[in-house]
Structures are given as structure tokens and as C-alpha cells.
Write a protein that binds this ligand. Structure first.
Ligand SMILES: C[S@@+](CC[C@H](N)C(=O)[O-])C[C@H]1O[C@@H](n2cnc3c(N)ncnc32)[C@H](O)[C@@H]1O
Length: 287
């Protein structure tokens, strides 16, 4: 499909059939990081969707599922927001607590919330509308596809991945978003000097994030070598046994970031605090 015929509205969306799929990409190319929970909206969330979807939802053409993104579709942030500004993207924005808070705090930037959980997007839109913000849009889509083809090169000035689904069981680890096949997608879309901020409450995933990003040449740890030994949240998690296994192994690598200013405690993170879990933050810079 040439650029001029890229579908932009549901009516223009490509017909989904086997030919369309095979002419675009194998679907899904990789195990996805989510299990689709309910898409049905009720009550206030349905009202929010009906009232605000036209204003805030980026309506992407699909390929197979309603979280897919047609490979020919490219997001035009300047046209969507009506201005050129730094773009902050949050993957797995949940109820929108963090991104909407920051959008209000730093109105000079544009924000894109990427989420597959439709009720979460409805809540996000209710929050946007309540604050009268014009600098946030939401997209119901698999983040891997958003980064693979929907965003242009160097589109993002900052990327957040807060508390991605941990996929605790070893046999499910391949579903984790932060893995070697994912970092090139971020490297393409995060501009040089841009920050990738990550957080998790699961020590095994925190270690995986650090390992994967440390071996990716396009990224450097902004807090390399910080918080080692007894100061390391990893040492603390191991010694406390909060993640089921007790170990006296000391983390000598460190590299853990402080919580970044303006990152609010979401309802998901609050549950982790109540359960006594340890929070890990990491910040990497695109070289
Ligand atoms: C544990 S929740 C955390 C929500 C939020 N970041 C917070 O800190 O409260 C993880 C979220 O990521 C979303 N998610 C998982 N995989 C995704 C993907 N590939 N694309 C978009 N969203 C995804 C899930 O639907 C879920 O809402």
C-alpha cells in the first residue's frame, strides 16, 4: 500500500483476510505480553468512551485483532496534536493515572498512552476530560506493533514502561516485553538522548530488564553503578525473600535509578506497597 492510500478511518480500513495478513506480516510474529481481558465497558466507563473517544482515541487501521496495527499506518503526531512538541509514550498505561498526571504537570509535551485494556483507556479518557487536557491521546494497541511500524523513527523523546506484566512462571518469561527482540524497536523510535524509564516490583524481571538493556549497545544506564551492595533493592529483595526465594547474594552491579519526579503511585503500585514489595526503577538513555 502506498503512503497516499494508508487507511486513516475505520471505513477505510483494509479488509482482513489471509491475503492481507500475509501481505503485511505474520501475525503475531512474537508471543504477546498480554492476555486480552474483557473489552466490554459498563456504566461510567462506557459513558466516558462514548463522550470522548472521538477526541482522544487514535483510530488505527487493524490487521487481524482489535489490538493489531496495520503495518502501513504511520502516526502523525504533529497533525494529531496540532503542534510540534516532544512526545512522551507510556506503554501499558493502565488507568492512565501516571500519564495524565504528568501531562497536566508538563503541558508543553505531547503524550500517547498505549494500552490493550479498553476499560483502562476509558478511565484514562475520563481523567483527561476532567482536567480539560489537550495534550494526551490514547491508542488501543499492542505496544510492540506501535513501536515496530506505527511510530516514525526518532518519534519519542521519552518512553515509560511502568510495572509491565511480570509473567512470573519460567515458561511464560518469553512473554515479557523487555527482551532482546524488543529493544531494537525502542532504539528505532526513541530519539538520541531520549530516556527510557522502567519500573517493576518483581526482582526477576528487574534483573532481566537490566541485563537486556546493559547488553544493548544503543542504550546506556543513566545511573550506572549506583545503589550497589546493601543499598541495592535487588540485594534487599533477595535477603527479604519477598519474591519467594531467600538468598544472601549481594548485588554488586547496581544501576538502579531513583523514582523519577512526577511518577505518581498508581493503584497498581499501591497494591505492591501494601503487600510489602520492593520497587525497582531503571533509566536508560538512547545513545
Ligand atoms: C500491571 S499493569 C500496570 C499498569 C500501569 N503501568 C501502572 O503502573 O499502574 C500492566 C498493563 O500493561 C498492559 N499491557 C501489557 N502488554 C501490553 C502490550 N503489549 N501493549 C499495550 N499494553 C500492554 C496491560 O493491559 C496492563 O494494563
Amino acid at each position: 500500500m502506498s503512503e497516499s492510500t494508508v487507511p486513516t478511518t475505520p471505513a477505510d480500513q483494509p479488509v482482513v483476510n489471509e491475503t492481507t495478513v500475509s501481505s503485511t506480516r505474520e501475525y503475531p510474529a512474537e508471543p504477546v505480553s498480554f492476555m486480552r481481558r474483557g473489552t466490554r465497558l459498563q456504566g461510567r466507563r462506557q459513558d466516558a468512551w462514548d463522550a470522548h473517544a472521538d477526541s482522544y482515541v487514535v483510530d488505527v487501521p487493524r490487521v487481524v485483532t482489535d489490538t493489531s496495527v496495520h503495518a502501513d499506518y504511520v502516526f502523525d503526531a504533529a497533525a494529531t496534536f496540532g503542534r510540534d512538541a516532544d512526545l512522551v509514550v507510556e506503554i501499558g498505561s493502565g488507568l492512565g493515572e501516571a500519564i495524565v498526571h504528568m501531562a497536566e504537570l508538563r503541558p508543553e509535551r505531547n503524550y500517547l498512552a498505549v494500552e490493550v485494556y479498553r476499560p483502562g483507556l476509558a478511565s484514562t479518557m475520563a481523567r483527561i476530560a476532567q482536567r480539560g487536557l489537550t495534550n494526551v491521546r490514547v491508542v488501543e494497541a499492542n505496544a510492540a506493533e506501535v513501536l515496530e511500524t506505527m511510530l516514525p523513527d526518532d518519534a519519542m523523546s521519552e518512553l515509560w514502561l511502568n510495572f509491565p506484566d511480570p509473567w512470573h512462571k519460567k515458561r511464560h518469561n518469553k512473554r515479557r516485553l523487555v527482551r532482546d527482540s524488543f529493544t531494537p524497536l525502542v532504539a528505532r523510535t526513541l530519539r538520541s538522548g531520549g530516556l527510557w524509564r522502567l519500573s517493576t516490583d518483581w526482582s526477576g524481571y528487574a534483573e532481566q530488564m537490566r541485563e537486556v538493556l546493559d547488553r544493548t549497545p544503543q542504550f546506556e544506564n543513566v545511573h550506572s553503578g549506583e545503589r550497589v551492595g546493601a543499598d541495592s533493592p535487588l540485594t534487599q529483595a533477595r535477603q527479604s525473600g519477598v519474591d519467594r526465594e531467600v538468598s544472601d547474594e549481594i548485588d554488586t552491579v547496581g544501576g538502579w535509578a531513583p523514582r523519577f519526579e512526577g511518577r505518581v503511585v498508581t493503584s497498581f503500585e499501591n497494591k505492591a506497597h501494601v503487600a510489602g514489595r520492593i520497587i525497582f526503577d531503571l533509566t536508560y538513555r538512547r545513545r
